[in-house]
Write a protein of this length. Structure first.
Length: 387
């Protein structure tokens, strides 16, 4: 009887001991450490399938928020694209000049925050402008004018000084602010020249769209007979704009442009945009060929080409000045188009051109879309660089 009660008593003690393993784990004895490890191991083994099962159930719950977020992001992108479409003329230019503005504004903001307008301030400001490819001559002119007006107006406030800088820059840029407008003579011939890689073909496509939006009819002459696939690329832009592209399998670029002028006259087309082969200023034989093209055009119409535009890549910086000089000597430039301004911090080159070669800047490229070629505005450009 007593033996039976002892067994029952021992059994209840053992159950109590096993039900409290955490208390023993804090300071386990050598004997009890092994059993505790085994209990833990068994517990983990038993719970693992349950955890995996729970995880598999949670996967759809996690993917739902992602799908929801993805849908939201698509909606956000749609809203953003709608906002981009509704950007004003000046806002589009400002957005395109972001890299140039960032390059200038960081240094300009730190200079203005000093609130001490002395010679060191002007020296640092001049270096900031030169770094943005405003050029030495243009930077000096801007600084000298700024000094004079700061003294006259007694300016000691950074915000007012920045505003004055924008006014002075605008006045300089107005030297080349002459839009290509009031086209009356038909066919009006626009000869497009430039170096390889400047973006002539793309610019012609965008210019065609811009002129079509103004109610003009356009014909494109594929006068670049040297570069492979040049006429095919122009044809793509022609199809996109629904305009005719005149080309030849092989032949003289002068003949292609001449035929295009005849076709435009017969069909009553308003504007002929004539592409030419890209060439470097150092390639004198190709530069001389431009002069030949111009002579052939004049045989059809003594006043043509009515506009000779040089396409410049903003990324070339100060080299653009040399290109202007060389092409101007060969064909007498009447206008410029500056491309790829949205991808460079060297937008100040426009100010350098205004100072050193004040040929009208007709249009600027501020993006990759077909409607990202904009009429140049001095005030909008200055604001885009500084604000």
């Amino acid at each position: 009887m007593f033996d039976f009660l002892k067994k029952i008593f021992k059994g209840s003690d053992s159950k109590k001991t096993e039900s409290k393993p955490p208390k023993q784990s804090s300071a386990p004895s050598k004997k009890s450490s092994k059993p505790i490890e085994e209990v833990k191991k068994k517990t983990v083994t038993k719970k693992t399938p349950a955890i995996q099962k729970n995880k598999s159930k949670l996967i759809p719950a996690k993917t739902k928020p992602k799908l929801k977020n993805d849908k939201t992001s698509v909606q956000d992108q749609t809203v953003e694209s709608t906002e981009q479409k509704t950007l004003s003329f000046s806002e589009k230019i400002k957005a395109g000049l972001k890299k140039t503005r960032d390059a200038i504004s960081v240094n300009l903001s730190s200079l203005i925050s000093i609130k001490k307008i002395d010679q060191n301030f002007y020296d640092d400001l001049e270096m900031t402008l030169i770094a943005a490819d405003v050029g030495y001559a243009a930077s000096q002119q801007i600084i000298e004018e700024l000094k004079k007006r700061v003294k006259q107006e007694g300016i000691d406030d950074g915000a007012k000084l920045k505003q004055l800088l924008k006014v002075i820059l605008t006045e300089l840029l107005q030297e080349i602010e002459k839009p290509l407008i009031h086209i009356k003579q038909t066919p009006f011939v626009i000869l497009v020249v430039g170096v390889n890689g400047a973006g002539k073909t793309t610019t012609i496509g965008k210019l065609t769209k811009l002129l079509l939006d103004e109610g003009k009819s356009v014909l494109i002459a594929a006068g670049d007979t040297f570069r492979a696939a040049a006429k095919e690329q122009l044809q793509v832009w022609g199809d996109r704009n629904n305009v005719t592209v005149i080309s030849q399998e092989t032949g003289d670029p002068s003949a292609v442009i001449y035929d295009s002028m005849q076709s435009a006259k017969a069909k009553g087309i308003d504007i002929v945009i004539a592409d030419t082969a890209g060439r470097l200023p150092t390639q004198k034989h190709l530069i001389d060929e431009l002069a030949k093209i111009k002579k052939v055009i004049k045989k059809f119409d003594e006043s043509a080409p009515h506009e000779t535009i040089l396409v410049l890549d903003a990324n070339t910086g100060q080299n653009a000045i040399n290109q202007i000089k060389t092409f101007n000597e060969a064909v007498t430039l009447t206008g410029l188009i500056m491309t790829k301004l949205d991808g460079t911090a060297k937008g100040g080159i426009v100010a350098a051109i205004a100072k050193e070669n004040p040929i009208p800047l007709r249009f600027i490229g501020v993006g990759e879309k077909i409607d990202d070629l904009k009429i140049f505005s001095a005030e909008d450009y200055a604001e885009g660089m500084l604000e």
